[in-house]
Design a protein around this ligand. Structure first.
Ligand code: COA
Length: 164
């Protein structure tokens, strides 16, 4: 993600979350937060998704992931998560954590597909709605998991070549 991507990223963010992030948050993440890693999918008006994480010691914490509503259900969220996890593996990091709204079954299904497990609940974590967060982790970002990621990526590309 570059500074020039922020307006489009914000547009997708606004369509994706109950309380959108301010532009200054993304600016801060890109310019000043050394532990932040952000990626986008596509560019300019064709930027269709973004994802980010923080690297803390040997763990990554996924801070955000979203695809444009017009482009959902086509494997792009999965591609973003794949790219993020490949990057984390290369760093290297050993463990992945994230929080997800209890009601967000779509995102939970995506994380479960990538072997994340629920390990705890943060009560009333989201200040905007008072909703609980589920804490999910993928504890072993090892060579075996990397192989799993490669097979998921191959399956995704296979699916797209079938659709094309
Ligand atoms: C979560 C999000 C990024 C998924 O993106 P997407 O592009 O729609 O996802 P994909 O098409 O790649 O689907 C990947 C997996 O997600 C799950 N999923 C996607 N759409 C789903 C739906 N309508 N119902 C249930 N599960 C769904 C499935 O596990 C799917 O795998 P499958 O295709 O093998 O069934 C997207 O819905 C989004 O931006 N949501 C709003 C922001 C958000 O909630 N982010 C997560 C914060 S924790």
């Amino acid at each position: 993600m570059q500074m020039a991507d922020i307006p489009r990223v914000q547009e997708i963010d606004r369509l994706s979350f109950p309380t959108p992030a301010r532009a200054s948050l993304f600016e801060h993440e890109l310019a000043q937060n050394d532990i932040a890693h952000y990626q986008v999918l596509g560019e300019a008006e064709e930027l269709v998704g973004f994802a980010g994480f923080w690297l803390i010691a040997d763990e990554i914490h996924i801070s955000t992931i979203a695809t444009h509503p017009d482009w959902r259900g086509q494997g792009l969220g999965e591609l973003l998560l794949l790219n993020l996890l490949f990057e984390a593996y290369k760093l290297p990091a050993n463990m992945v954590t994230l929080e997800v709204r209890r009601s967000n079954e779509v995102a939970q299904a995506l994380y479960c597909k990538f072997q994340f497990a629920e390990v705890g609940i943060r009560r009333r974590y989201y200040r905007d709605t008072g909703e609980d967060a589920l804490l999910m982790t993928m504890p072993s970002l090892n060579a075996r998991y990397h192989q799993f990621l490669e097979s998921q990526q191959a399956a995704l590309f296979q699916r797209w070549s079938g659709e094309g």
